[in-house]
Design a protein around this ligand. Structure first.
Ligand SMILES: Cc1ncc(COP(=O)(O)O)c(C=O)c1O
Length: 378
């Protein structure tokens, strides 16, 4: 008799045949690999001030938050982070959640009620896609960056409408035209939700993010989400926006209400990192320079790469199998790079995904480029 999970092996066989198997590879704390795969854009995850703030928070507040934010899980440290994050990014208020993923689900499920319309860019992050799936409103997916399609969808919609976009797209590293997006939304009275996961700490004045760069931070019709796990080197996420929107989330967002508050260590680390970025505003500029340098050298050597608008540099690979082999060869030669294959890339094009870091030295950049070029598929 067939077992109830036998279909799993069939799926695994298909994955294997398509070169799409994913494996976990635990890394040692002192990995000798040159890291161009992680999202620690500003090199803060292991900064002594940041890890020290995490340890201090754990000692003072405990290892866990002990409950939902609405029960026992809100500490003065959470409130401090929310106030400083909102002020740094230029928004009226902020709400910290346990991940950027949870923040996106919270924003979409609470800001798109029955009868509303969500217009979502085709290249948006999986967590925005899942937020659209969970929201009660109807979602229209538009081609990547297509402002005319956005206008066409918003035109004549009778109920509330929300356009949603990554500020920097996680696969190709290109930036959304936020000013134009907000303009189109305003023509039709729609709100704009921006996922600034890759913009915070990288774009805008002193790393204040893409909404600040576009002059949209603090606007009454703009909401942003961020992760604390990339440039801030910690863990967790947040929604930023008008105080009335944040209050609405506190009362209605299921990924906020029915989820244990973010662990104090992560809150402390994010706060420590945020203060460091404020004190050292050269870090965001440094990571952008490293990204542009990587791109120039790789394309100069004949590889096809998208011009980076922030820290992500995306290099095209001929096929999923070759992308995987390329990443493995880089690794073998001491450089860790990301490898994006379907279904993580909706257009079916596999890529090496490189992430710039503010703390990469010129010698490390030269070595990374040498290895990536030497191992490229012919
Ligand atoms: C664009 C984007 N949004 C949201 C997330 C989710 O953030 P988190 O990892 O904090 O859940 C990520 C990354 O993981 C991301 O790249």
């Amino acid at each position: 008799m067939a077992g109830p999970f036998d279909w799993i092996e069939e799926q695994a066989r298909l994955r294997h045949r398509a070169g799409l198997v994913r494996t976990l590879r635990p890394r040692p704390a002192d990995s000798p690999l040159l890291d161009l795969a992680g999202n620690d854009y500003l090199g803060l995850a292991r900064h002594p001030e940041v890890t020290g703030a995490a340890a201090e928070a754990a000692r003072h507040w405990g290892a866990g938050a002990t409950g939902s934010r609405l029960v026992t899980g809100s500490t003065a440290l959470h409130a401090r982070l929310e106030a400083e994050l909102a002020a740094f990014c230029g928004f009226e208020a902020a709400l910290v959640l346990s991940s950027g993923y949870a923040a996106n689900l919270a924003a979409l499920t609470t800001l798109a009620p029955h009868g509303s319309l969500i217009v979502s860019d085709a290249a948006n992050h999986a967590s925005l896609i899942d937020g659209c799936r969970l929201a009660r409103g109807t979602t229209q997916v538009i081609p990547h960056g297509d402002l005319d399609a956005l206008r066409k969808n918003l035109d004549g919609h009778p109920g509330p409408a929300l356009a949603v976009s990554d500020s920097v797209f996680s696969v190709d590293g290109d930036a959304a035209p936020l000013t134009a997006l907000a303009g189109a939304c305003r023509e039709f009275g729609a709100a704009l939700l921006v996922d600034d996961a890759h913009g915070l700490g990288v774009l805008g004045p002193g790393g204040r993010g893409a909404p600040a760069a576009a002059g949209l931070a603090g606007a009454g019709d703009v909401v942003a989400t961020v992760t604390l796990s990339k440039s801030l080197g910690s863990q967790g996420g947040a929604v930023l926006g008008p105080a009335r929107v944040i209050d609405h989330l506190v009362n209605t967002a299921r990924t906020f209400i029915f989820d244990t508050g973010l662990a104090p260590a992560a809150v402390g680390a994010a706060l420590g990192a945020l203060r460091l970025v404020e004190r050292e505003p050269g870090r965001p500029e440094a990571v952008r320079t490293v990204a542009r340098d990587l791109h120039a050298r790789l394309t100069g050597a004949g590889l096809e790469a998208v011009r980076p608008d922030a820290a992500v540099v995306s290099v095209r690979a001929p096929s999923p199998g070759e992308a995987l082999q390329w990443a493995a060869d880089c690794r073998e030669k001491g450089v860790s790079v990301g490898c994006f294959r379907p279904p993580s890339v909706p257009d079916g094009i596999s890529r090496l995904r490189l992430t710039a870091r503010a703390d990469l030295t010129p010698a490390q950049i030269t070595e990374a480029v040498r290895v990536i070029v030497a191992t490229a598929p012919r």
